[in-house]
Design a protein around this ligand. Structure first.
Ligand code: KIV
Ligand code: ZN
Length: 389
């Protein structure tokens, strides 16, 4: 494994699809899986095969069509789940079983009415069962974010000894702060004797809006896989957003990390996922929101028009977005107005724009956004002397 490569494990079709109203049929799942492979993700978590016959069928069909990415199926630490997942993954060129169990005291006591010792044995057992079917076994320690670090390290060492090739440290409830999550990963790197035999994976939820920051903190501390979804879809407040972590890694290439993702496909795929899952993307969403490359205040517009780098750290083309937009509102300035008139083919000089600007502000104060047709009307009035200084 290359030192700086961060594996992108996409779980749009599993954790993302758990969102109420986002359920996908097999045809939709296969279509999206092919797009995810074209995007360059390393692992596609295709579903939870035992959860329904439909999901079994989706994972089975995805396994047959995906050629380069690893296809992964989720299970609980239950023998039957693992047998069914192995059956669904049978046709895959590269397959992975993702199995695991809750390790926090909340899960151990409230969910399983069990003990740390028993959960440790069940963790080892599920990895051994999965190893009977596939070489590539990922173990998840559910609610690792709230799991005691000493106990977590003990579990992780034992599951790697049992054959886990990837160890997933989920912040299932989105509770951790970035420094805490980073310290948790660093603790595992420094205390688990056989940690060099497995890849550490970050699986962060966004309940406090920290999923992306936590995943990056995990990578800086030594993790080399991020579990994420397109548009950050997922349970409750969602999962880590794929487009965000990919672009952070790209923008901060000085850190020495990289992914295989073809960034130009981020916006087109975001739209496809949003349409297929009937889940709109918030306009101010980083990288893929409709306002991600819009400039509306006068100060920003003036700077942007002089040099895009003053207010844009990413060229929209790089992420397959439409070109940057200069939006006209009552907060816009003269440079933006002159720019938009010029784009519409009007040759106004500075004095013309000064006069037009006052009339523009009157229109803008009554509207959320001034459109091209408003500008056309203003230009016509000015040219027919209906607007004068
Ligand atoms: O959030 C979580 O802990 C999960 C696991 C099943 C990996 O989704
Ligand atoms: Zn999750």
């Amino acid at each position: 494994m290359a030192e700086g490569k961060v594996h992108i494990f996409d779980t749009t079709l599993r954790d993302g699809e758990q969102v109420p109203g986002c359920r996908l049929n097999a045809k939709e799942k296969i279509g999206l899986a092919l797009k995810l492979e074209a995007l360059g993700v390393d692992i596609i978590e295709a579903g939870f095969p035992i959860s329904s016959p439909g999901d079994f069928e989706s994972v089975s069909q995805i396994s047959k069509v995906i050629k380069n990415a690893t296809v992964c199926g989720l299970t609980r630490a239950v023998q039957k789940d693992i047998e069914v997942a192995a059956e669904a993954l049978k046709g895959a060129a590269r397959s992975r079983i993702h199995t695991g169990i809750g390790t926090s005291d909340y899960h151990i006591k409230s969910k399983f009415n069990s003990t740390r010792g028993d959960i440790l044995q069940r963790a080892i057992q599920c990895v051994k069962w999965a190893k009977n079917y596939v070489d590539d076994v990922e173990f998840y320690a559910e609610d690792a974010g709230r799991t005691d670090n000493d106990y977590l390290a003990q579990v992780i060492e034992a599951v790697i000894k049992a054959g886990a090739t990837v160890v997933n440290i989920p912040d299932t409830t989105g509770y951790c702060l970035p420094h805490q999550y980073g310290e948790k990963i660093a603790y595992l790197v420094n205390t688990v004797n056989n940690i060099d035999k497995a890849i550490i994976s970050c699986h962060c939820h966004n309940d406090l809006g920290l999923a992306t920051a936590n995943s990056i903190a995990g990578v800086i501390a030594g993790a080399r896989q991020i579990e994420c979804t397109i548009n950050g879809l997922g349970e409750r407040a969602g999962n880590t957003s794929l487009e965000e972590v990919v672009m952070i890694i790209k923008q901060h290439n000085g850190l020495g990390y990289y992914t295989n993702i073809n960034a130009k496909q981020l916006n087109p795929l975001s739209r496809i996922v949003s349409d297929t899952m009937r889940m709109p993307v918030q306009p101010n969403k980083a990288i893929v929101g409709s306002n991600a490359f819009s400039h509306s205040s006068g100060i920003h517009q003036d700077g942007f028009l002089k040099d895009a780098l003053t207010y844009e750290i990413i060229n929209p083309e790089e992420v397959g977005a439409d070109s940057s937009k200069i939006v006209l509102t009552a907060r816009s300035g003269r440079s933006a107005l002159a720019y938009r008139f010029q784009k519409l083919g009007f040759q106004f000089d500075r004095n013309d724009v000064d006069v037009l600007y006052d009339a523009f502000l009157k229109v803008a104060d009554n509207k959320k956004e001034v459109e091209d047709y408003d500008l056309g009307a203003l230009a016509q009035q000015y040219q027919s002397n209906a607007i004068v200084a």
